[in-house]
Design a protein around this ligand. Structure first.
Ligand SMILES: NC(=O)c1ccc[n+]([C@@H]2O[C@H](COP(=O)([O-])OP(=O)(O)OC[C@H]3O[C@@H](n4cnc5c(N)ncnc54)[C@H](OP(=O)(O)O)[C@@H]3O)[C@@H](O)[C@H]2O)c1
Length: 333
C-alpha cells in the first residue's frame, strides 16, 4: 500500500496531548502499515514552548501562537487537547475556517458550541471528530454514528464520569466516606485538584448533551440537563443500596418523551440485575437504544492518557480517510 504523509498539529501537550505525541511516535509504523497514513507531528502549542520540549517534541515545532499552526500548510489536522470553553472553542472554529480537519477531546467546548462547530466543519468541507470527548477510549461516537445511520435513538443512559464512579465504588466496597474517597481519587490522579466539574455533575452533563445532540440531530445545550452531583451521597445510602444487591451510581440519561428530550444527571439506585450496577472504579458504560437495533451497551476505560490517545489517533486517521463525511449533523437549537 502506498503511504501518505499527514501533518498533525497539537493544541495542548498535557496529559492527553502528550500521550497523543507518544502514541504517534510509538505506533506510527503500525498505523502506517494498517491504514497507509504516516503521521508526523508538525506543530505543537502550549502556554510555553518549554512545555512542548519537555514532552520530547523537537524545539523547532514548539509554539505558543495559534497563527503559527494555522499558517503551516503541512499541518493538515489540528488536535485540540487544551480543555475549557475559551479560548479552545474559538481555536476550534478558527482551525476549521483555516481548512484544517479538527479532532478534539474537549467536551465542554463541544457541548457549548456544537452547532456552530458542526456548521463550520460542513462549510469548510472538513472533518470534526471528538471520540475522546465522551467515554475516553470507548468507541462510543463511532458506534452511535453507525446506529444513527439507520435507527431512531430514543434513549441513552450510562455512567460517563470515571472520577465519580471511582468515588462511589470506594464508598460501597471499602465503606469510606465521600471526602476520604475523593482524596484517594485525587491521590491516584483520577480527580483534579478542583474536583467541582466531576463531583457536581458538570462533566457528565457536557457528555450527555453531546450524545443527545447527536441523537436529536440538533444542539441540546448542557444547561438543559437537570443536574445533581454526588457530594450529598451518604455512606448510609451507599450501604443500603449494596445490601439490596444494587449500587448508587451517577447516572446520565437522555430520553425522548414525545418530541421533547429529557436529560438528567443524578445519583440513582441501580438494581443488581442492571449491567450499570457492575461498572466499577474508573470505568464507564453507556447504553444506546435504537428502534431497530434495540439496546447496545458499550463498556471500557472512560479516561486516562492511553485510552484517550487511542481514540484521538484513530480519529486522526479517520479524518484523513473520510474528511467531511465524518462531520456531525447537529442543527442549531
Ligand atoms: N485526562 C484525561 O484522561 C482526559 C480524557 C478524555 C478527555 N480529556 C479532555 O482532554 C482535554 C485536555 O485534558 P488534559 O488532561 O490533557 O489537560 P492538561 O494536562 O491540563 O493539558 C492541557 C494542555 O493545554 C495547554 N493549554 C491550556 N490552555 C492553553 C492556552 N490558552 N493556550 C495554549 N495552550 C494551552 C496546556 O499548556 P501548558 O502545558 O503550557 O500549561 C497543556 O499543555 C480536556 O478537554 C479534557 O476534558 C481528558
Amino acid at each position: 500500500m502506498a503511504s501518505r504523509e499527514v501533518g498533525v498539529a497539537l493544541l495542548g501537550v498535557g496529559t492527553v496531548g502528550g500521550a497523543v505525541a507518544r502514541t504517534i511516535a510509538e505506533r506510527g509504523d503500525v498505523i502506517e502499515a494498517r491504514t497507509g497514513v504516516r503521521l508526523v507531528v508538525r506543530r505543537a502549542m502550549a502556554r510555553s514552548r518549554e512545555r512542548v520540549i519537555q514532552v520530547g517534541l523537537p524545539p523547532e515545532i514548539a509554539t505558543t501562537e495559534l497563527d503559527d499552526v494555522l499558517g503551516d500548510d503541512r499541518a493538515e489536522i489540528v488536535v485540540e487537547a487544551m480543555g475549557g470553553e475559551e479560548p479552545a472553542a474559538s481555536y476550534l472554529l478558527r482551525s476549521l475556517q483555516a481548512g484544517k480537519h479538527v479532532v478534539t477531546a474537549n467536551k465542554e467546548a463541544l457541548a457549548k458550541h456544537f452547532a456552530e462547530l458542526a456548521a463550520a466543519a460542513h462549510a469548510a468541507g472538513r472533518a470534526l471528530l471528538f471520540e475522546a470527548s465522551v467515554g475516553g477510549g470507548i468507541p462510543l461516537m463511532a458506534s452511535l454514528r453507525q446506529i444513527l445511520a439507520v435507527n431512531r435513538v430514543s434513549r441513552i443512559r450510562g455512567i460517563v464520569n470515571g472520577t465519580t464512579n471511582y468515588i462511589l465504588t470506594q464508598m460501597a466496597e471499602q465503606g469510606t466516606a465521600y471526602a476520604e474517597a475523593l482524596q484517594e481519587a485525587q491521590r491516584l490522579g483520577y480527580a483534579e485538584p478542583d474536583p467541582t466539574a466531576d463531583v457536581e455533575g458538570y462533566d457528565a452533563a457536557y457528555k450527555l448533551a453531546i450524545l443527545a445532540s447527536l441523537a436529536a440531530g440538533r444542539h441540546i445545550r448542557p444547561e438543559r440537563v437537570d443536574r445533581t452531583g454526588i457530594t450529598g451521597v451518604t455512606p448510609e445510602q451507599v450501604g443500603e443500596a449494596r445490601s439490596r444487591g444494587g449500587a448508587i451510581k451517577l447516572i446520565a440519561s437522555a430520553e425522548l418523551d414525545g418530541e421533547e428530550w429529557r436529560l438528567r444527571v443524578a445519583p440513582e439506585f441501580v438494581p443488581g440485575d442492571d449491567l450499570l450496577a457492575h461498572v466499577r472504579l474508573n470505568f464507564n458504560a453507556v447504553e444506546i437504544t435504537g428502534d431497530r437495533v434495540g439496546p447496545v451497551v458499550l463498556y471500557g476505560q472512560g479516561a486516562g492518557p492511553q485510552p484517550t490517545a487511542s481514540a484521538i489517533v484513530s480519529d486522526i486517521v479517520d479524518a484523513v480517510r473520510f474528511g467531511v463525511a465524518l462531520a456531525p449533523h447537529v442543527a442549531p437549537e
